[in-house]
Design a protein around this ligand. Sequence first.
Ligand SMILES: *Cc1c(COP(=O)(O)O)cnc(C)c1O
Length: 433
Amino acid sequence: MYNMMDSIDKSDAEIYELIKKEGARIRNGIELIPSENFTSKAVLQAYATLCTNKYSEGYPGKRYYGGNQFIDLIESLAIERAKKLFGAEHVNVQPYSGSPANQAVFFALLNLHDTFMGFDLSAGGHLTHGSPVNFSGRNYNCVPYTVDKETELLDYEQIEKQAEKIKPKMILSGLTAYPRKIDFKAFKEICDSVNAYHFADIAHIAGLCATGLHQNPVPYCDVVTTTTHKTLRGPRGGIIMCKTEDKLDKNGKKNLAEKIDAAVFPGLQGGPHDHVNAAKAVAFKEALQPEYKQYCSQIVKNAKALADSLMSQGLDLVTGGTDNHLMVIKLVNKGLIGRGKEIQNALGEAEIYVNKNTIPYEPNTPFNPSGIRLGTPAVTTRGFKESEMEVIGKLIAKVIDNYQDKGVIEKVRNEVLELCKHFPLYPGLDILR
Ligand SMILES: *Cc1c(COP(=O)(O)O)cnc(C)c1O
């Protein structure tokens, strides 16, 4: 028998070295990209197993291949735990990631070119919420809603008026770069008044919804999707939660849960990734523990502390702050319109990882936008608290104010390295595992 963990350094030295370098990068840097996180060792271990070898097209108890007696139990555990975590009636854990999960929902609920409303990408929505370059905007007729120009907040009266006029078959709520709470109940009322499906995508805020720190959309939605690798802190993947009853097709041949399952398989996917589903099950179990709620509550506290620190350094934030795990710096008042990319790169040289982002009513282009998006799920996993957030806010402001000054960037980088030394990441774990 070969030793699975030792063999890669001998069989593929190139990839081995690069994975080691990626390990050093995350250990030495401050990870503020709000969609990223660090899974537990248990999740990593479940992920890197021989379950990757199995074919199991179908669902537990109804597979197209033999030998699935244990895979059935793994998938069923993942489903039961997700149901408990969100109070969902039905869960499909097979989507390969967030985007395929959303694609399956569109496939199940809409016909080609049907009209829906989704959150404008530049104001905080996701590509899969109707962007013209994405399947959601190309195959379906998206009429985007956006935030109020003054407050930069969602304006539910405005959205309701728009829905009355547009008569969409579905309204998609959810966020990628919106730093405030979403009123899913208000979205449900709008959907009910125009007889539309309500579909929420909680990829970013799933952990906050599961632990009661943000309203849980599940009771107010026909369908909810989430990724499993953002605040949920599991492996890369997606899940779909839904009601059984299809409110727009009560006497249809299939109920809503059956439509969703059929859209995932055989509609869009073949065999599920059973190793990922095992890791999802482990992550859901972790998320059901009391420590996970403490973790999520620290994410929100850290985000507030980081936002306060940035604002006290004279930086402007979209909506003037945050209620969740993320915030968007507006570079406009610093005279840095369209400089998001340069700032992202300067911060990256200082080993502070963020991403450039558009701001509402973006004055420049999506490739050279005027915002920087950052969030606290990963640094909170690492053990950072409010006092570290205050320091990091100051370091970020220093780089933004001196983004072309290599000397300043080098000094900040040294402070970052020093800070990170006190918070070892994956201690004792060979980074390859
Ligand atoms: C990240 C994200 C997705 C997509 O997830 P992938 O796993 O990258 O495909 C979908 N919706 C929202 C709101 C997201 O933030």
